[in-house]
Write a new protein. Structure first.
Length: 258
């Protein structure tokens, strides 16, 4: 068990990649604080974890609201009697619009949920980690934080910001033995992408195109990302900080399609 007894806060834990990480962390012995704005699905995740005999509480939290972040962390630390050892910043949203048609409100919403939230969650777990003189933070960015894709200027900016924030915080908190890394997934089969497929007339064709886009021949599953998050959170990666791990079926090493 790689995370035995550790208290892990996982945001976006109701579904998709966050749920995959919460399930794997719990299976590896972590006591999980599952935070999400979706109370129904988040409660179901916590129940699924507890049914395995692991410990998990769900906290309904909008991670872009500082007071809610503070409440979730305090509730989790009270429940488990220990400060947060591991933070997986996963919650995020996507929205499509080219820059010249993009409303400022949508720009601000994406930046707030995808980037500001990661600062807020880190801000409020760091004091406990500094006192414990250990901690690991894993932020989920995207290949869109590394490369340009049409239609997502605000999403790309938020994800690029996550990579810079990761490096800055890694440098600043290394002296406290707190590590900060990020993961850049390629396309992963989650509700976020299922919703994209539901909006297009040629869903089956687009789904096949996504598979072909990845040199390993398939899009990812939440568990593919979860294994990386587990590695970066546990002691086996204790000399790794400030890094961005691409988990993307090879898409980031392919400039042009075959
Ligand atoms: N799916 C992909 O292809 C992909 C690729 C690269 C990066 N990512 C990133 O991975 C992360 C997870 O994406 P996913 O595909 O699992 O998405 P998803 O939509 O399937 O799940 C996201 C979860 O975040 C929660 N959430 C949204 N806004 C929130 C808020 N304000 N406060 C708390 N919770 C909130 C949702 O309720 C949901 O449970 C996101 O940061 C996303 O940008 C996803």
């Amino acid at each position: 068990m790689r995370l035995k007894g550790r208290v892990a806060l996982v945001t976006g834990a109701a579904m998709g990649i966050g749920k995959g990480i919460a399930l794997l962390f719990a299976q590896q012995g972590a006591r999980v604080i599952a935070a999400d704005v979706n109370a129904q699905a988040g409660t179901a995740t916590a129940e699924e974890i507890r049914a395995t005999g692991a410990q998990c509480i769900f906290q309904r939290t909008d991670v872009s609201v500082e007071a809610e972040v503070k409440t979730a962390i305090a509730a989790g630390e009270k429940e488990f009697g220990h400060s947060v050892d591991v933070l997986a910043n996963v919650a995020g949203i996507a929205h499509e619009s080219p820059a010249h048609l993009l409303d400022l409100a949508d720009w601000n919403r994406i930046l707030s949920v995808n980037l500001t939230s990661m600062f807020l969650c880190a801000k409020h777990v760091l004091p406990g980690m500094m006192e414990a003189k250990r901690g690991s933070i894993v932020n989920i960015t995207s290949v869109q934080g590394l490369f340009g894709f049409p239609g997502y200027p605000h999403y790309a900016a938020s994800k690029g910001g996550v990579i810079s924030l990761t490096r800055q915080m890694a440098r600043e908190y290394a002296k406290h033995q707190i590590r900060v890394n990020c993961i850049a997934p390629g396309t992963v089969e989650t509700p976020m992408n299922v919703q994209v497929l539901e909006r297009v007339p040629n869903a089956a064709e687009l789904r096949r195109a996504w598979d072909r886009m990845h040199p390993l021949g398939r899009i990812g599953q939440p568990i593919d990302v979860a294994w990386g998050a587990l590695f970066l959170s546990c002691d086996e990666s204790s000399w790794i900080t400030g890094q961005c791990l691409s988990i993307d079926g090879g898409v980031s090493c392919s400039v042009l399609p075959e």
